[in-house]
Design a binder for this molecule. Structure first.
Ligand code: COA
Length: 422
């Protein structure tokens, strides 16, 4: 691996905001983006003039296919009052927003700009699920994979069966990841499925009772999740509650050069490390139990930050499917290869565990508007490091938070490490 250089000058995060994630009939990308942008403006501690902003970078996977709207960045600049600034859309599938953050940091570090806005947005729910599936499938290898019948749930199902076969994890391990992420998401007012699975289960019982139907006798969440009717198989072993949903949403952050950080924020969050890597499609890889681009992006980020996995206090990782969270926590070095499933079963990744993962609820519970998710992860890290995450705030002192954003099955991965300084 080539050495990961330091930034030519430091960069800090001084504002962050997001829309609620969910399904919003009648709202388009621009409406959601404006909501997130306004929340970002309100989050900046010191009064500042938006005229100081010099450029806009927008992560977006496919407004063209989801909404019939291409050339999105200048439209979003117009709706946020940023025209005539340079406005650029960055596309790297589900890692579009992480890649936009990466580009925004480079732009400030280069000295070209002092103040930039980076956002991400996707409006997916105008299309029926089968069309969403087709649209997402264009992020795979459309010559060699899609004609063979693969969809994204199918790809990750193949990774899950391989991982279970290699290391002994079971479908129940995956269910426990979903239960944990819904527990976290139940404390996040921005989450699309912001309820514990136990709460959803009790609601189903109550609804059956109200309709005079037989009341299911699930005794706990796992029994509910094993029920083929309540939790149908999407692509075995992945069931409904192993999948991130189809979502609308936007998230926005403000980046400035390090020397300006304290002028904007009482508690800036600094970029300590970053790494990005690419890879061929899944069919071309040697193994399915790990995502090489994630390992590489993580190593680069650690090298630049001068820290290791043991120094990371918490992380937001790309759990587009529950299996992806297990792979991520191994690829990032939090757990040895083949052991993340045991760590998840033992509660090590829960809010009060040794390595809390996806405190926001992750993509599973918070939602996955694909081109927004990478910036959504940064918003959670910003809140946690500043002690503003409300009921889901980790109680112990925090220094380093990490984000891990995957495009496709790992053709792209972007990792950022954020630091709170005393
Ligand atoms: N988790 C939990 N519940 C979900 C859910 C999810 N991911 N998605 C939908 N639901 C619920 C809905 O609220 C609805 O509940 P209700 O009947 O009580 O109202 C029910 O399940 C059916 O919803 P619907 O929207 O009709 O589901 P669907 O079958 O059309 O879609 C999936 C379900 C899993 C196929 C779809 O969410 C999906 O494709 N997810 C993966 C997206 C993806 O691949 N992203 C990119 C990753 S790389």
């Amino acid at each position: 691996m080539a050495e990961q250089h330091k930034l030519a000058r430091g960069v800090a995060l001084v504002g962050a905001g997001m829309s609620k994630f969910g399904a919003f009939k009648g709202k388009s990308s621009r409406d959601l983006f404006v909501e997130a942008f306004n929340e970002m403006l309100a989050s900046v501690d010191q009064p500042f003039d938006p005229n100081q902003i010099e450029a806009l970078f927008v992560g977006n996977y496919s407004s063209d296919l989801f909404e019939g709207q291409g050339h999105l960045a200048p439209i979003l600049a117009s709706w946020t009052g940023l025209n005539p600034l340079p406005a650029v859309r960055v596309e790297d599938a589900c890692a579009s927003a992480g890649a936009a953050v990466y580009q925004g940091i480079l732009a400030v570090a280069s000295g070209m700009y002092d103040v930039v806005v980076v956002g991400g947005v996707e409006k997916m729910t105008d299309l029926p699920t089968e069309k969403v599936t087709d649209t997402l499938a264009t992020a795979a290898d459309t010559q060699f994979e899609i004609p063979a019948g693969f969809t994204f749930p199918g790809f990750y199902a193949a990774m899950a069966t391989s991982y279970m076969h290699a290391y002994g994890a079971t479908p129940e391990t995956l269910m426990k990841v979903g239960i944990k992420n819904h527990n976290n998401g139940s404390l996040n007012e921005k989450a699309q499925f912001g309820a514990k699975i136990s709460t959803l289960m009790e609601a189903r019982k109550a609804s059956a009772a109200k309709k005079g139907l037989p009341i299911p006798d699930w005794k706990d969440e796992l029994e509910f999740l094993h029920d083929d009717k309540a939790n149908p198989v999407i692509a075995w072993p992945l069931r409904l509650y192993d999948c991130s949903p189809v979502s609308d949403g936007a998230a926005v952050v403000l980046l400035v050069s390090e020397d300006l950080a304290k002028k904007f924020s009482d508690c800036p969050i600094y970029i300590a490390g970053m790494g990005q890597a690419s890879d061929g499609a899944l069919h071309d890889r040697k193994e399915l139990n790990s995502i090489p681009s994630a390992r590489l992006a993580g190593q680069k980020a650690y090298q630049m930050a001068g820290v290791g996995p043991e120094d990371i206090d918490f992380a937001e990782v790309h759990d587009c499917f529950t299996i992806a969270e297990l792979l991520a926590t191994e690829d990032l070095g939090f757990f040895e290869r083949g052991t993340a499933w045991k760590a998840a079963e033992n509660g090590e990744t829960s809010r009060d565990g040794s390595k809390p993962i996806n405190l926001s609820g992750g993509l599973k519970s918070k939602g996955h508007p694909v081109g927004a998710s990478g910036v959504g992860q940064v918003v959670e890290v910003w809140k946690q490091l500043r002690g503003q995450a409300g009921e889901r705030q980790i109680k112990r002192p925090l220094k380093y938070g990490l984000t891990h954003n995957v495009g496709g099955t790992g053709q792209t991965c972007v990792v950022h490490i954020f630091e709170k300084r005393d």
